[in-house]
Design a protein around this ligand. Structure first.
Ligand SMILES: *Cc1c(COP(=O)(O)O)cnc(C)c1O
Length: 385
């Protein structure tokens, strides 16, 4: 992340490099920005609308509503479903602790109660068995939604999760902040739930050059609610039909994203090629390579290995001036702001806690070349051999 400079551009091989994406498209992006500046339209307007249309078509959903960030996207999705609203609600939203803190922060901002369930043994996404157990014995409140996260670009095991949501009458909100273009059984993540939430944080697979986000849905009623809530609750200008906030997609970011969307599929293919090169180069070492489901397309927002000697390997790579990341070093339920006060999990979250100790994100971004991947492989092999 941005505040972890070991991951950023001060190493010859950084962990991520959003600037490389800008340089690759500099003329096109500069022209898009200039077009917005010259248009005189600095809030929403045609640029935001045309990116929303393009994004909805790309995802294959009817409605896409541009917002200020991925965090706001999640808050809006819950509010549009009426979850967490009203004075006496104890609406429960089931999600994971192994995620960006934004997932959980947004649930609380919407006024709902996060209930954190464990990830799959050896995997990184919500464990359907753990969700089932949590739904059988939920904490006090009304189970309202499940919010699976397609972490690192790998789709969660959606089929059983959707079955459980259906059986319990729960909304499904997908956190697609790391999974633009990922497929589950042939269909894109973000096309399964009631609402999908995307972030365009600069390092994401589809990244803006600032903050931006998107909510997508096939439900016209939810789409109307989302449009109203993102802009003070307005139905007609200056007249609030409901309580809203201000979180609109910036037209400069929309124009930039419009130039990048047509390249997303090719960029994801470059990430997959890098991942395949790591898979081959690191095979046979005493570490665990990223899991992947046969029926999914993993788009490798992160390439995350696991090893008990994570910290020493990380130090070794940093001495070789190779950037790495830890996504994330502490599960949300163990962070000071949350510890001890979120939904109960009598069995604890053993898989989550174990993963946080072992994970290491190697460099990956579309512009990372094969020679750099080979250096990372060689240094990693050197550490173990
Ligand atoms: C990035 C991210 C978010 C939040 O997005 P912002 O645009 O930074 O607000 C939410 N969930 C996950 C899983 C993320 O990776």
């Amino acid at each position: 992340m941005a505040n972890d400079d070991r991951a950023m551009t001060n190493f010859p091989i950084p962990q991520t490099d959003p600037r490389a994406g800008y340089i690759e498209q500099q003329a096109e992006i500069d022209a898009a920005i200039a077009r917005v500046l010259a248009s005189g339209q600095y809030i929403l307007g045609g640029e935001a609308a045309s990116f929303e249309t393009a994004f909805a078509a790309w995802l294959g959903v009817d409605h896409a509503v541009g917002v200020g960030s991925g965090t706001d996207a999640i808050e809006l999705a819950l509010r549009a479903c009426g979850i967490g609203q009203g004075t006496n609600t104890r609406d429960l939203v089931f999600t994971v602790s192994h995620t960006a803190v934004a997932t959980v922060a947004a649930i609380e901002r919407a006024g709902a109660i996060p209930v954190l369930v464990d990830i799959e043994p050896g995997g990184f996404t919500m464990d359907p068995a753990a969700l089932d157990a949590a739904l059988r014995r939920p904490p006090p409140g009304r189970p309202a939604a499940i919010l699976p996260v397609h972490l690192y670009g790998e789709p969660a095991e959606l089929a059983p999760l959707l079955r459980l949501a259906g059986r319990h009458g729960l909304r499904v909100i997908e956190d697609c902040a790391q999974s633009h273009g990922a497929l589950y059984r042939g269909a894109p993540t973000g096309s399964f739930g009631d609402i999908a939430c995307f972030s365009f944080y600069p390092t994401k697979n589809l990244g803006a050059l600032g903050d931006a986000g998107m909510v997508a849905t096939n439900d016209p009623t939810l789409a109307t609610a989302l449009r109203e809530i993102r802009e003070y609750g307005w139905r007609d200008r200056y007249i609030s039909a409901r309580v809203g906030i201000n979180t609109r997609l910036d037209p400069i970011q929309a124009a930039i994203l419009g130039t990048k969307l047509p390249r997303l599929d090719a960029d994801n293919a470059r990430r997959e090629a890098i991942a395949a090169r790591y898979d081959a180069g690191l095979a046979g070492l005493p570490l665990r390579l990223p899991p992947r489901r046969a029926e999914s397309r993993h788009v490798y927002h992160q390439y995350v290995i696991r090893t008990a000697s994570r910290d020493a390997l990380r130090e070794h790579l940093h001495l070789a001036r190779i950037g790495t990341g830890i996504h994330y070093p502490a599960p949300v339920h163990l962070q000071p702001a949350y510890e001890g006060r979120l939904g109960q999990f009598p069995a604890g979250l053993p898989e989550t806690t174990r993963a946080a100790r072992e994970i290491l994100s190697l460099p990956i971004y579309p512009q990372l070349d094969a020679a750099a991947v080979d250096r990372v492989v060689a240094e990693t092999r050197g550490y173990f051999e």
